[in-house]
Design a protein around this ligand. Structure first.
Ligand code: CTP
Length: 404
């Protein structure tokens, strides 16, 4: 809940990209923000106030001269009772009004009346974006302190033309909002490497050994460290999650590839090894698909132990200042966690109980115990995002030093 308690005033202008604003509302709200929407007349030609209001769980403000709305909040309060104004999509027309201080509808009036930070996500035909008039307006707005995200390169929804003009993706806008509203960034200047997901160990070109790790916890931790300002490399095994914005993602398949990718990031200040690395690889791995042979016994699989990436890092001559491991246990969670702390040369083992009845493996929640040389701290049942958030803050208190 990185935007918990934050109030976003979302201005939706008229453009085909307005449909993406519906998703943006969800993204902002799932991060804990409240969203108050304003729609221009044009926006209502593309999406309905009913849909916007339902997703935002808020009244939708439309009319500058609505007596009810003015009595309810009023455009001056609307302009000021928020932490950030997001304009998405921002049309060429609305940008022009903003640049020239026009105020002839609710959206432009609120923008003129506001003293809050403004983020705009332009979306328009590439030719409109490139027009000298639009570029002059962009420069004026940038000088006035308005923040921009996009437009992005891509194919236009309506004309199929390619070029700069597509609205930034809702997820990236939400991440940008987080960045603008984030508090202090105690990990600025520090490098972190995070592993996440399972590894796949090939048996032949079509079969592999894997495990049930989803990568949710590791990805969330990488994103949380990046939000605190760390320069993060996420080394991810095969997962179905999107790459988090704002960090460097290296995709690998096998444990040995994961180890090489992690070692390539050294020196680093922080290592968080969350991946469920397969303990064994198949040394009889075949170059061609193994066929069934009638009348013969199934082929034997010969296994060899994989490199232990956490242990390698924990004893490396370029050992990061803080080395964090996870311990997936189904019994004796604390004893096994303590033993792992010693054996792997870690500063912290985050131990979780992954017995099937907990639903942690692949699920959205996690209950962890922090095992350090100083003792054990039990955390309550939390979402994986909250665990990530707290862990990133915990890490910052350990390594933040002069940055904290
Ligand atoms: N780990 C690793 N490389 C491996 C195996 C594990 O980096 N080859 C890391 C994991 O990312 C995790 C920690 O080591 O941070 C603990 O992994 P886990 O599988 O729970 O422990 P194991 O060392 O495999 O011990 P055991 O099989 O006895 O539970």
């Amino acid at each position: 809940m990185t935007l918990a308690g934050k109030r976003i005033l979302l201005i939706i202008a008229g453009g085909i990209a307005a449909y993406k604003s519906l998703d943006l509302i969800r993204r902002l709200r799932e991060r804990g923000a409240s969203v108050r929407p304003i729609m221009t007349r044009g926006a209502q030609e593309f999406i309905t106030p009913l849909a916007v209001g339902a997703l935002a769980a808020s009244h939708v403000y439309i009319d500058l001269f609505s007596r009810e709305d003015e009595q309810d909040v009023g455009h001056i309060r609307l302009a000021r009772e928020c932490d950030l104004i997001v304009v998405a999509p921002a049309t060429a027309d609305l940008m022009a009004k903003m640049a020239h201080g026009l105020a002839d509808d609710l959206a432009s009036t609120v923008l003129l009346a506001s003293d809050r930070p403004i983020l705009i996500a332009p979306a328009m035909n590439p030719k409109m974006w490139q027009k000298p008039a639009t570029q002059r307006n962009r420069q004026t707005l940038e000088r006035d302190g308005v923040h921009f995200i996009g437009p992005m390169e891509g194919e236009m929804a309506e004309s199929g033309e390619r070029g700069l003009g597509r609205m930034a993706e809702p997820l990236d806008i939400a991440t940008h909002v987080e960045g603008m509203l984030a508090g202090p960034k105690p990990l600025v200047g520090l490098k972190a490497v995070v592993t996440s997901g399972p590894t796949h160990e090939p048996i032949d070109p079509v079969r592999y050994i894997a495990n049930r790790s989803s990568g949710k916890q590791g990805h969330a931790i990488a994103a949380a460290l990046a939000r605190l300002g760390a320069e993060v490399t996420l080394v991810s095994g095969p997962v179905t999650l999107p790459d988090p914005a704002g960090l460097n993602v290296v995709h690998v398949e096998r444990a040995e590839e994961m180890r090489d990718a992690v070692l390539a990031t050294l020196p680093a200040d922080i290592a968080v090894m969350v991946a469920a690395v397969a303990d064994w690889r198949v040394i009889t791995s075949a170059g061609q698909k193994i066929k069934k042979q009638p009348g013969e016994a199934p082929p034997p699989l010969q296994l060899a132990e994989n490199p232990d990436i956490l242990k390698t890092i924990g004893h490396h001559e370029l050992r990061p200042r803080l080395v964090v491991g996870f311990a997936a246990e189904t019994e004796h969670v604390e004893e096994n966690g303590k033993a792992k702390l010693q054996r792997k040369g870690a500063d912290l083992i985050v131990a979780n109980d992954v017995s099937p009845e907990t639903g942690i493996m692949g699920g959205d929640r996690n209950r962890v115990r922090l095992i350090t040389h100083a003792g054990i701290e039990a955390w309550p049942d939390l979402s994986k995002d909250e665990v990530a958030e707290r862990l990133a803050l915990w890490i910052a208190t350990q390594v933040g030093g002069s940055n904290a």
